[in-house]
Write a protein that binds this ligand. Structure first.
Ligand code: MUC
Ligand code: MG
Length: 392
């Protein structure tokens, strides 16, 4: 039976104390700017500093939870910008959530769905902060609220995205030498396919120790490009091709996937559960990239994983270059998934020259460690945050 938010609030309280203690009292959204270690290029945007929105949710018991809403280079990767996220949170989501108990995350998600259409990055960050505050209140790690951790670390790749082959060779060698990354994602699509392939060939030749190679075209190729350049990608032993065609070209992706000896990964094409089902059942790809900014919440992210698998796709732990807060949120779900055969790409915490948490995530032995401790397991460093806030 369908419930609306009002009915849910009126249901008898099982634990009135917990509901009272976790009532949401305040939600803030702050724009943070952090310089990147180098320029990062995608087919449709480029940036040398990253902006995101830090969401802080305070409960009646005084506990504060945090969440991160990521964008890439303004409203380019998807439609949200830091400005739109800040407005969506403060003007629409926060008023709708006032007094909602964090101990009822399903109700919080329902209230947000009623208050705003899509705005997934904004909702994902608010929901993360709610879950963080709830898990801290219960004194349990966030993974426990999603079924409990099945792993304490996840293989993590690094993205080469400067477009400068010499710099990328050096960067790959440094990551291998530090035993941080041995699998790499190469961003394509900002140069001609011929130039991209020259770059790839140089990497393969000069860094033979690189293990898996994924290429992410970020929607820049046509179906004809795919037919032309797939044989070369196969020759270069590329393991996975991410979203070569425009996100709305489901038929084209399915045709390319049917011909490709290399599996395709669905990224920008599928945000909603219906889109994931459609992409999987049409055969648009054999792998799905899970992202909080696509699912709009951690609970929806766990559901997206089930939908993708049941539609025939393997799971890959995607990112939007989040720092440690957003990466920890993804890990809280990734750690609980029965299968995550493609590992994850949460290298974002290392792409920035600094972080706004006291305890940045640890990468060792080619894995990203799931933070331990109550809640998300990462904590704001107020001094660093003050320095990183965008002046209003
Ligand atoms: C994307 O399209 O996957 C994630 C890693 C990266 O380099 O770009 C992002 C977005
Ligand atoms: Mg992608």
């Amino acid at each position: 039976m369908a419930h609306n938010a009002a009915e849910l609030i009126e249901t008898p309280l099982l634990d009135g104390d917990l509901l009272r203690q976790t009532a949401i009292r305040e939600i803030r959204a702050q724009i943070v700017t952090l310089p990147s270690v180098r320029a990062h290029r995608l087919s449709n945007t480029e940036f040398s500093h990253r902006e995101f929105v830090l969401v802080r949710v305070r409960l009646a018991n005084g506990i504060e939870g945090i969440g991160e809403a990521a964008v890439l280079g303004g409203p380019r990767w998807a439609e949200e910008s830091v400005e739109s996220i800040q407005a969506a949170v403060t003007r629409y989501l926060a008023p709708a959530l006032l007094d909602c108990p964090a101990a009822r995350p399903a109700e919080a998600a329902l209230r947000m769905a009623k208050a705003a259409f899509r705005n997934n990055a904004a909702k994902g960050a608010v929901e993360t902060a709610i879950y963080d505050a709830l898990a801290q209140t219960l004194d349990v790690p966030l993974t426990l609220l999603f079924g409990g951790a099945l792993r304490d670390r996840v293989p993590v790749l690094w993205a080469l995205a400067s477009g400068d082959a010499e710099q990328e060779v050096e960067e790959a060698r440094a990551k291998l030498a530090a035993r941080e990354h041995r699998d790499f994602k190469i961003k394509l699509g900002f140069a001609s396919p011929e130039d991209d392939l020259r770059r790839l060939r140089r990497l393969r030749d000069e860094v033979p120790e690189m293990r898996r190679l994924i290429v992410d075209v970020n929607q820049a190729w046509s179906e004809a490009d795919c037919r032309r350049f797939l044989p070369a990608l196969q020759e270069l032993r590329v393991d996975l091709i991410e979203q070569p065609l425009p996100g709305d070209d489901f038929e084209g992706m399915a045709r390319v996937a049917a011909q490709s000896p290399i599996p395709l990964m669905v990224d920008e094409a599928a945000f909603t559960h219906r889109e994931i089902t459609r992409a999987g059942t049409m055969g648009c790809g054999s792998v799905y990239s899970l992202k909080l900014v696509k699912s709009g919440g951690l609970r929806a992210l766990t559901q997206a994983a089930r939908v993708a698998e049941s539609s025939g796709m393997e799971l890959y732990g995607g990112c939007l270059l989040e720092g440690s807060i957003g990466a920890a949120a993804h890990l809280a779900v990734f750690a609980t998934l029965p299968r995550l055969p493609q590992g994850c790409e949460h290298f974002g915490p290392r792409l920035h020259v600094s972080e706004i948490v006291k305890d940045p995530l640890v990468i060792e032995d080619f894995h990203l460690c799931v933070p331990q401790g109550p809640g998300l397991g990462v904590h704001l460093d107020e001094d660093r945050l003050r320095d990183a806030l965008r002046p209003s």
